[in-house]
Design a protein around this ligand. Sequence first.
Ligand code: M6R
Length: 606
Amino acid sequence: MCGIVGYVGHRDTKEVILHGLKTLEYRGYDSSGMALMTNGEIIVEKKAGRIQNLEDSMSDKNFASEVGIGHTRWATHGVPSDKNSHPHYSMDKSVAVVHNGIIENYQTLRKELEDKGYVFASDTDTEVISQLVQDMYNGDILDTISKVLKKLEGSYAIGVLHKNHPDELICAREHSPLVIGIGEKENFIASDVSALLKYTKNVYYLEDGDMAVLKTQDIKIFDKEKNPIEREKKSIEWNLEQATKCGYPHFMLKEIFEQPQVVEETFNKRVHNEKADFSDILSYEDIKHIDKIYIVACGTAYHAGLQGQFALQKIAKLNSATDIASEFRYNDPFIDNKTMVIFVSQSGETSDTLAALKEAKKKGALTVAITNVVGSTISREADKTIYTMAGPEIAVASTKAYLTQITIFYLLALYIAELRNSISKDEYKKYISEIKNMPEKIQHILDNSEIIKPAAEYFKDKTSGFYIGRGLDYKIAVEGSLKIKEVSYIHTEAFASGELKHGTIALIEEGIPVVVIATQRELIDKSVSNIKEVKARGAYVISVGFEDCENLKNVSDNFIGIPECDDIFSGFLSIIPLQLLAYYTSSAKGIDVDKPRNLAKSVTVE
Ligand code: M6R
């Protein structure tokens, strides 16, 4: 989704903005631009396509500027083009605005402005903001912005420059993320902290309804009514190295290879004296009466939720259900004060998840967020927040965040099981040790990652494929299928193996790849039968199972072994070859792995 950066200070503003835009690239975008205040004028430069286009077009332009805003756009209103890229001028060029979000009533506002004689230069919703600022300007920029914001319906994070206020950067947020970076004689704004890490680790997270005015030596934050307010200064723990590729060709590969470490860090953060410990977040009082858990999320986080449901049911013996965040509200979930709803979100900013969270809160549920981003909107909205320890995840395709979410779910299930007395001591001990051993086993798969390349070579020329599994394996199949879809553009579908004969087998034809995940020991024979059925119709079978599973190996065209573990933890391991398969297929096809087409890292519109 769109990314915003802004700067006021002594550095080369153009370079600071370009750096910020490049770090926000991972969010997904189709065009970019910047506005620089120079000699009392606002200069706007913007280009469709990659940031390189913007950089090239500005290479011979060196403006002395102490204030600037920049933007990566992910088109919602109006096609990706130079004219629809941000920043947007007002008609008289006194104002420039960058915006993330959607102005839902922009058509009405645009009509009112056009009736007054305003001419619009783009098809975007955003342009109404700059035109309104021009129209309503009364000499006091904060007062003007506050009045403009009252006319807007929808979501926004905005950065605004006004030529009569050449040393000020004004910003505001409502339902879209925005963070202020606090520097020495310089200050910043950005959609997320990765754009700031090079310069500062001290930030203020703006909240809905906040406005702020930044100068070189001064940050003032206000509420909607222009009353000065304080926000807590936070310090970011992530470092710049974590947000760079460190020699890997792509962030996705680096993040796959970071998984042993991030699972270990998440484990160490939550396990003390061999006990899963969430007592700082959830007490016995909080959970003793809970009789139902919903898990709500989108995309890969939803798939982590499916495994979470499995863990909560198997280990904590708690009635659990998982739902897609964008559907949750329409399903009339049975929520009362005995319901806990867990929201899973790497970014902590996903609009659908946030909207579902607000709904569940309204209905009286105990809301718990599992997120990776400290200070994110979802972390602040939820009653309780559990942080994963994945570090910054830059690749659009989620890998390490997913595995840390799984780690949290299994540990949480153990914590709840112990509090509610639903697990034996022996089982508890065994399960903790299983999770503790996961980093080493994941590392073993990564050390042998070359064995996945032939399967990727096979996949890369196909247009379609299937992922199947039973029980827990099915939950891994859906994530494996999404992963290869998003980064290799190959159509795949995941379904429960038992469903094969109920329709999908009609699609099996000569040479079609079928990826079979088969780690549930009791179900292996059934999976072997399914493999025979698809092979009899010409499928090429790539299977993922425990290293010593000879009967699976014998019927597969390509067998990928994973280390032994208790069946209920196999999801920690079986997903790794599937992530690698997606990565290698994508890179073999020459796709921009980290920034697949049409996708955004953080989906901040519904
Ligand atoms: O930031 P979130 O975890 O809330 O994001 C949810 C999904 O948008 C995300 O997992 C998406 O499906 C990824 N592209 C998957 O790789």
